[in-house]
Ligand binder design. Sequence first.
Ligand code: PEP
Length: 248
Amino acid sequence: MRKPLVAGNWKMNGSLESNRKLLEALVSGLNTQAEVLVCPPAVYAHSVLEQLAGTAVKVGLQNVSDKTSGAFTGEISPLMVKDLGIEYVIIGHSERRAIYGETDEQVAAKFCALVDAGIAPILCVGETLEERQAGDTMKVVAAQVEAVLRTAGPERLANFVIAYEPVWAIGTGLTATPEQAQEVHAAIRTLLAEHDEAMAAKTRILYGGSMKAANAVELIALPDVDGGLVGGASLVAEEFQAICHAAG
Ligand code: PEP
């Protein structure tokens, strides 16, 4: 049985003061069996960790370096992330791929670096609108997943999460229909099963793309959707809390 995971991707938003208020409202009245994660900008990780100490809400990050230490100005090592006690880091978000030119190979290198540091990657994959309209959704998603499976090798696949995030649904208010989401999630699980059936059965596949309280119940109820990666709605405590409650 896969435990649902609801992860909030705050992106480059927040301040010490607004984070504090958001978390205060989120934690009060939160009552879910799902695993709940917030991913603030790295500069706020420490204060968010302090505020959430003793609560059930975990803290993740949005990106990481594939290097462990040295002359890499501005980068954050997976070892530093581990040092803070952080369990999850998002990698391969479409904004990083599109705006910062991250390639499948770089994402795969980050995946390996995280696993080697004892952190679970949340690997984002997803097609653009043009790719969907050309009928290439599964080709694109499979290539993104395969690049990681190939590079990581079977020994690094014990603890990771995939987030299927159709790029056309991120921050647009458009959401994949339940049929569209289930189709891709099931295909990803089949792809994982071709490598290792037990790993495929236990690996959580989150949906991301304009998830909100109003559509979360229907999406998370799908057989191969194991929770959500939530952007905009994770900045509104009541919305994010409702999504967590929808997950169980
Ligand atoms: C995201 O950026 O991971 C995301 C899913 O954003 P939104 O929920 O705002 O579409």
